[in-house]
Design a protein around this ligand. Sequence first.
Ligand code: 6PG
Length: 244
Amino acid sequence: MDKIKVFPDVYRVSRTAAEYFVSRSQVAIKERGRFAVALCGGTTPEQMYALLATEAFARRVKWEQVHLFWGDERCVPPNNIDSNYWMVRHAMLDTLSIPPENIHRIHGEMKPDHAAADYDTKLREFFAPASQPRFDLVLLGMGADGHTASLFPHSQALEAQKAWVVANYIDEMRAWRVTLTANAINQAANVVFLVTGSNKARTVKAVLEGEKRPTDLPAQMIDPEEGELFWLLDEEAASLLEKR
Ligand code: 6PG
């Protein structure tokens, strides 16, 4: 797959992402007996999650060998409408039968630093004895401000060098988040951005074709060390790109 793929609409972005999820899960489970994927929040991936829950996709995934993680979480309880876990639960978990022990949510109901420490421990146990968290797949969205996961412009989390997970206070939202660090995301075997909508077009162009300024555009920090990076865009989000 080319690094940047442009599709006519959100449905085709979502379907391609769902197909990629299925194919990467089959490879990982065949090779290592499990598939570790970090899901993203926001509205863009909802259609993809809903597709994965349909019979046409669900029957092609060995869900009992799939381990779901989250790339970030809002510091709210799991039954709060703002929770990324809540969104995924309603989009697909309520339909699929995934062993509860395979669902590794970030405990947004905890104090932010405790939630980060708890998730960090979970990740280190899961990936032990490896010294880095090598997800088979990390799904990411991107905000119009260039944030990804909960790596927001000029936020403390951008400075984390070795940490895998941090609590991150987002000034403009006056809210805490817990997020994988860029370092952790960059250990993944496959990273896929799903970005759609005309409101993202200027930022997509700045991130992909503009000068490198990662503290302004944290999505530019994502560059897997030994992995693949793909951008799945709809026409609207890609409309200002020169190179397509
Ligand atoms: C979150 C996400 C965040 C999201 C972007 C894009 O917790 O909100 O992890 O990084 O992917 O904000 O969100 P939309 O898909 O809603 O535009």
